[in-house]
Design a protein around this ligand. Structure first.
Ligand code: A2H
Length: 253
């Protein structure tokens, strides 16, 4: 891609209750380990506003033993990167306990660390890439146009997406204010650019670019430990705080 390694924050979201489909597959295979969905984000300071988590329904995930007590759900590609970054032990070791189709993870209830809504559901997103991050995306509809539009689509057509409407019932939470777009930057931009669905990828890319710049250079935190601080100042502090608390890891690719 012509740039150096991207430094992500990998957020650990512990499974509270598996979907029926996943439960049947997992049964007896994780050796008593705590299991976490792990999502790569470039905006750790927005995690207060998590309302869901997204997977790709056609993506193959694995449940990987990271050590004796924990297992992570992510793509094989991400597990390999983690192994060589010393996240799993011993370094370089990839221990896949089972494979899990994305579609089966939908409906799983997970913990959302640092979020105002402490438990959220896994939902399907059309544009998740298997080749980026962990293949798991945290949903912050207040600040990510892609996340907001996906939530709107899912609420419009729950039968089509085969979801229980209650899984998509949490509204966007204001966590950052910007001078131009207010407390809900992503929904405001999606309306202004007249975006209709997840398929409007060109306009969504434009909205994402604007939201990212506006949030980073002009945003102020509305909530959390660094409330009142600029996003530029708060971003590394929230990241450090999450890592310190054991709910996130540094992950690069
Ligand atoms: B970001 P970059 Cl609030 N497929 O996190 C599609 N998108 C993925 C992904 C994958 N496999 N893995 C990560 N992502 C998303 C938060 C966020 C993000 C906000 C605003 C903007 C934003 C909450 N979702 O990203 O191509 C993740 O969504 C816009 C840059 O590596 C991750 O950060 O630059 C971002 O894309 C990484 O995209």
């Amino acid at each position: 891609e012509g740039h150096g390694p991207q430094e992500y924050t990998a957020v650990k979201m512990e499974v509270v209750e598996w979907s029926e489909a996943a439960k049947a597959e997992i049964e007896g295979k994780v050796g008593g380990r705590k299991v976490f969905l792990v999502a790569a984000t470039l905006r750790p300071e927005t995690m207060y506003g998590q309302t869901n988590c997204f997977v790709g329904t056609a993506i193959k995930y694995g449940v990987f033993a990271i050590n004796q007590t924990e297992a992570y759900v992510c793509t094989y590609r991400a597990a390999r990167n983690m192994a060589f970054q010393g996240i799993s032990t011993p370094r370089g070791n990839i221990d896949q306990l089972l494979e899990l189709d994305g579609i089966k993870i939908v409906g799983t209830k997970i913990k959302a660390p640092f979020a105002i809504n402490p438990e959220v559901y896994v939902l399907p997103m059309d544009n998740v890439l298997s080749t980026k991050g962990t293949g798991v995306v945290t949903s912050v509809p207040s600040d990510s146009p892609d996340d907001y539009q996906t939530l709107v689509d899912l609420r419009k057509k729950p039968e089509f997406y085969k979801i229980d409407p209650k899984w998509a019932s949490i509204d966007p939470v204001p966590v950052i204010t910007t001078p131009t777009y207010g407390d809900l930057t992503a929904p405001t931009l999606v309306k202004q650019l007249k975006i209709q669905s997840q398929k409007d990828t060109k306009q969504l890319a434009e909205a994402k670019e604007i939201a990212y710049k506006e949030g980073f250079y002009s945003g102020t935190m509305l909530v959390g430990e660094f409330k009142g601080e600029s996003v530029q100042d708060a971003k590394p502090k929230v990241r450090a705080s999450m890592i310190e608390s054991g709910v996130a890891l540094a992950y690069a690719e």
